[in-house]
Design a protein around this ligand. Structure first.
Ligand code: SF4
Length: 389
């Protein structure tokens, strides 16, 4: 059966942008997940001069500039390259699919940065990997990337040591700071050589589920440290975590942040960790406390920004946020692809050609309990969603 929405199987980059309803999307992959204040300011200026001024924070801890045109793409790339944010070619940019923990201080952070730098360098000679194949470096004091998509994970074990673990395997092999990247690359090569890639696609967990047995030299019996829940906005040891409504910031907001901290670490939870910042900063479109109701809603780009969207979704999600029960979550999606939240949510509103469908405790592709809810009707009476008959 063909899918009702388009699955691209690759992620946009800066050199290979993806077309969207509001122009091209240009994705920048910060080295080690960190932007210096100068780099953040350059991205903000680029978004303002060459795009529509909107910047997405992605679930891969990247930033993407929206509304780029064919005419402005080249000057934008030159502008970002001058700030050191552009890879030498598309292949390298595509392979550099690494999520790095935003946490860690002192020696622990230094180890994380050393592993990230080694892995980036090693990826230059990596085999051709599927577009979505990625690495997670989860080597701070707490393991926080367990729910972040990745195929090869470099993590702490329960005693502070390091392991490399294939996603989907319960245990991994002990490594050191010095050889972690090399072992991770050997695991990637094993994945390719053992038939993990089919028609340019493939993920590690699926490969293992189909029965692939990892080489003994690359597998091990060391368990990772206990996984911690995703972080919430507020003060942390490293500075201040701030959330962005629907994971999007305006260029002016990013410029203001760049003036107020020494560096920004981009997280996969669509938040920024402002290094050494302590105050909420007074910027209205940021979420700085864990009980901000906007944290209980997720919405994709929707119409008109996404050509596949069947309706606008963000205004509806914003209006419903105060009514989402505590400890619940609402996902409003412009089509069944469910990009903003691939997993299940307690409440999902799915745009259809004529109305919204309501799905309870399922993903955007699950069976709805209602298919006839008009957007204005829901906004006027949120109990239709949160107290369905
Ligand atoms: S889920 Fe949203 S952003 Fe993704 S393709 Fe559908 S409408 Fe577009």
């Amino acid at each position: 059966m063909s899918s009702p929405f388009e699955i691209k199987g690759w992620c946009p980059g800066a050199l290979r942008p993806m077309e969207s309803g509001d122009g091209f999307v240009v994705r920048v992959r910060p080295h080690a997940g960190t932007l210096t204040a100068a780099e953040a300011a350059a991205i903000a200026t680029g978004a303002r001069l060459y795009g529509n001024g909107l910047i997405d924070l992605t679930s891969r801890a990247n930033v993407q500039l929206r509304g780029i045109s064919e005419a402005t793409h080249r000057p934008l790339i030159e502008h970002l390259a001058a700030a050191g944010l552009i890879d030498g070619d598309v292949a390298l940019e595509t392979r550099r699919n690494i999520v790095v923990t935003p946490f860690g201080t002192g020696e622990v952070r230094a180890q994380t940065l050393a592993i990230a730098a080694s892995l980036e360098a090693a990826l230059a000679s990596a085999p051709s990997l599927p577009g979505k194949f990625g690495f997670a470096i989860d080597t701070a004091e707490r393991r926080v990337l367990a729910l972040t998509s990745a195929d090869i994970r470099i993590e702490r074990d329960g005693w502070g040591g390091l392991i490399v673990r294939a996603d989907g395997a319960p245990t991994g092999r002990s490594v050191t700071v010095e050889d972690a990247a090399e072992i991770a690359l050997r695991l990637a090569r094993w994945f390719v050589d053992s038939g993990g890639v089919s028609e340019g696609r493939g993920r590690m967990a699926r490969h293992l589920k189909r029965g692939a047995q990892i080489d003994r030299a690359l597998s091990g019996s060391v368990e990772p440290a206990a996984a911690q829940p995703p972080s919430q906005p507020g003060g942390v040891r490293e500075g201040l975590l701030v959330g962005a409504e629907f994971g999007q910031v305006r260029a002016e907001t990013l410029e203001a942040l760049a003036r107020r901290c020494s560096a920004l670490r981009v997280t996969p939870w669509r938040m920024l960790l402002l290094v050494d910042a302590v105050n909420p900063l007074g910027i209205a479109d940021l979420m700085t406390v864990p009980d901000d109701p906007r944290l209980r809603v997720t919405a994709c780009t929707g119409a008109p920004g996404c050509p596949q969207a069947l309706a606008p979704v963000r205004d509806l999600a914003r209006s419903l946020a105060p009514f989402v029960p505590v400890n619940a979550h609402l996902h409003v999606t412009g089509c069944a692809k469910g990009c903003a939240m691939p997993g299940a949510a307690p409440f999902t509103l799915l745009a259809t050609p004529h109305a919204f469908s309501l799905i309870l405790n399922g993903s955007a592709q699950a069976e709805p309990v209602r298919t006839d809810l008009a957007g204005d009707e829901i906004a006027a009476n949120p109990s239709l969603v949160f107290e369905p008959a």
